[in-house]
Design a protein around this ligand. Structure first.
Ligand SMILES: Cc1cc2nc3c(=O)[nH]c(=O)nc-3n(C[C@H](O)[C@H](O)[C@H](O)COP(=O)(O)O)c2cc1C
Length: 160
């Protein structure tokens, strides 16, 4: 198997949540599904997301001061599919609200962060956005889990 295929196969061994990363661009919300999300530090609280520069949302995210990072809940697999499809009006069928700094936050998410972008690093095809957390919301809804190409209910995991 060639290296890229081996890498893709190996990534299937790493389940993740699914986030929707959003920003306001000229008064319009933009965003895309992102599972390349990680906590970076607690003091100050920081996270990162990696966004492909070929995505339509990329330029708007680069132009924003704040991002919304909504961690999808177990009832939002259709929302994940919508935000993983390029273009179109992704927000028309989705309830959302603004964070304190104006970033779009999706209703019914498991949790959401509003972050101030503090730096951006270009890495091959992707931009890595580092954000300082300036707002947090939690709903208590279990997370959506993405594993090996499928979506799962994070509230029904088997303990081992
Ligand atoms: C589960 C899942 C995770 C994804 N994670 C990322 C990611 O971390 N970074 C990224 O740039 N695209 C990711 N994508 C792909 C984008 O969501 C997809 O390319 C989207 O159509 C881009 O929308 P846009 O072109 O309208 O901005 C992911 C897709 C799925 C289904």
């Amino acid at each position: 198997m060639e290296l890229v295929q081996q890498v893709k196969q190996a990534h299937r061994s790493f389940p993740s949540g699914v986030t929707v990363v959003t920003a306001q661009a000229d008064g319009q919300p933009v965003g895309l599904a992102v599972n390349a999300f990680s906590s970076v530090s607690m003091d100050p609280p920081m996270v990162l997301v990696c966004v492909n520069s070929s995505s339509r949302s990329h330029a708007s995210l680069c132009g924003a001061r704040h991002l919304g990072i909504s961690i999808l809940s177990h009832i939002q697999s259709a929302v994940a599919a919508t935000f993983a499809t390029s273009g179109g009006d992704k927000f028309s069928g989705v309830a959302w609200h603004e964070g304190d700094h104006g970033a779009p936050m999706l209703d019914d998410a498991s949790a959401a962060f509003e972050v101030e972008i503090v730096s951006r690093m270009e890495a091959a095809t992707h931009s890595v956005f580092f954000g300082r957390i300036v707002g947090v919301e939690t709903s208590g809804l279990p997370p959506l889990v993405y594993a090996a190409g499928g979506f799962y209910d994070g509230g029904r995991l088997l303990a081992v």
